[in-house]
Design a protein around this ligand. Structure first.
Ligand SMILES: CC(C)(COP(=O)(O)OP(=O)(O)OC[C@H]1O[C@@H](n2cnc3c(N)ncnc32)[C@H](O)[C@@H]1OP(=O)(O)O)[C@@H](O)C(=O)NCCC(=O)NCCS
Length: 362
């Protein structure tokens, strides 16, 4: 690895800051590999539990026994006591659910999970609690622990469509969001882990970072943009006006991908499989109108554009879109937490100082 000059803007763009065996996102080829497997293949073919197993352990369960054991850890972690449910709910009073979730994810890990020596079991238990925390923040009943992770997530998000195709559509989105290298939130999780922080607070650090509009917060803004485009009536004119005004289109662009986001086609298929979805039509129309204006600059529709159409079609309130992203990426954050805990040093970069030289107090 050669030394690289960090950009002065603090973005760390192009700077290698860690070695990881979890994911490789190749922005030029438009390809994401998770433990060597293509992300879109994992997403389209597996359950969230199996994807999480790959992300956390490095491969698929070798036997039904392994799969069942992992499932039992997720279920064991899922049960959240009434006191913690009340704490999570109170955090949302006077705050957005996304902001509250950042703090509430500390509750995903309790003393029982912290005492578990095997890092995979500890992560599985904490992951199992994430839908419970999301439901508690929203003030919903706790989803039954024997349900699949995707079904519990759908309930925790307060979706109005809860049939089997809807559960599977959400599962594809969760799978696609499960792991994607050093996103800002994953990096935040690694920084927290490098100090020796426990899993729960490391998830809080990650989720706080996720909530911003350049990251997970983009999904709700993409939904608002789709609604505005539909209300305008002339989608092409709507997009041209945004371009003319040099406005950023939420749901477009990516720091790493300068070619098409490979997560979009499987996500589009998942929404399509749910039947007629006006928001999907709106996505396609916005993407088509934007292509000649933005694609030459390497700005393409990203997972958040089609994710907003999927969540909208499921009847999930945009207030909960950050939570939906957190439910998906939970296993990825935890895999990075475990990787750093096993081998990491404290993250402590240097900065270029631009303040005054030493001076005496008046
Ligand atoms: C994700 C994102 C922050 C990455 O951007 P980045 O790598 O930091 O890129 P920059 O902010 O340096 O922008 C580079 C250029 O592309 C333009 N650009 C980037 N994203 C754009 C978008 N969504 N719409 C319009 N123009 C965009 C910038 O205006 C800038 O143009 P300029 O060179 O003429 O000034 C950015 O694409 C964005 O804000 N997207 C919208 C939010 C979003 O969907 N986030 C979720 C990503 S999965």
């Amino acid at each position: 690895m050669t030394a690289q000059a960090a950009p002065a803007d603090g973005s760390l763009e192009g700077i290698i800051v860690a070695r990881t065996a979890i994911a490789h996102v190749d922005g030029r080829a438009g390809r994401a590999l998770i433990r060597g497997y293509l992300l879109q293949e994992l997403a389209a073919k597996l359950s969230y539990e199996d994807v999480a197993y790959v992300v956390l352990t490095g491969d698929l369960p070798a036997s039904e026994r392994d799969r069942a054991l992992f499932g039992s850890w997720i279920r064991a972690g899922a049960r959240m006591n009434e006191r913690d449910c009340a704490v999570a709910r109170s955090l949302a009073e006077g705050r957005s659910e996304a902001d509250a979730l950042g703090a509430a994810l500390v509750l995903a890990e309790d003393a029982v999970a912290r005492a578990v020596v095997d890092p995979i079991e500890r992560c599985a238990r904490v992951m199992g609690r994430v839908p419970s925390v999301v439901a508690a923040v929203a003030g919903f009943e706790q989803p039954p622990i024997e349900w699949s992770y995707a079904r519990r997530s759908l309930a925790a998000l307060g979706a109005t469509r809860v049939d089997a195709p809807s559960v599977r559509a959400l599962e594809v989105l969760l799978n696609l969001e499960s792991e994607h290298g050093l996103s800002a939130s994953t990096f935040a999780c690694r920084v927290a882990a490098s100090s020796g922080a426990n899993a729960g607070p490391s998830l809080s650090a990650a989720c706080a970072t996720l909530s911003g509009e350049r990251h997970g917060g983009a999904t709700a803004r993409a939904r608002a943009m789709l609604e505005a485009a539909l209300a305008h009536g002339d989608v092409a004119a709507f997009v041209q006006a945004k371009h003319g005004a040099k406005e950023r289109l939420p749901g477009f662009g990516h720091r790493v991908y300068k070619v098409a986001d490979p997560r979009v086609p499987p996500l589009r298929d998942a929404v399509h499989a749910m039947g007629h979805a006006p928001l999907l039509d709106a996505c396609d129309a916005v993407a088509e109108a934007a292509a000649p204006l933005f694609a030459p600059k390497g700005i393409h529709p990203n997972i958040d554009l089609y994710g907003s159409a999927l969540l909208g079609t499921l009847g999930v309130d945009p207030e909960r879109y950050v939570a939906a992203f957190a439910l998906g990426i939970a296993c990825g954050w935890l895999a990075h937490w475990a990787e750093v805990r096993a081998s990491g040093r404290l993250v402590r970069p240097d900065n270029e100082y631009s303040g005054p030289a030493q001076r005496a107090l008046p």
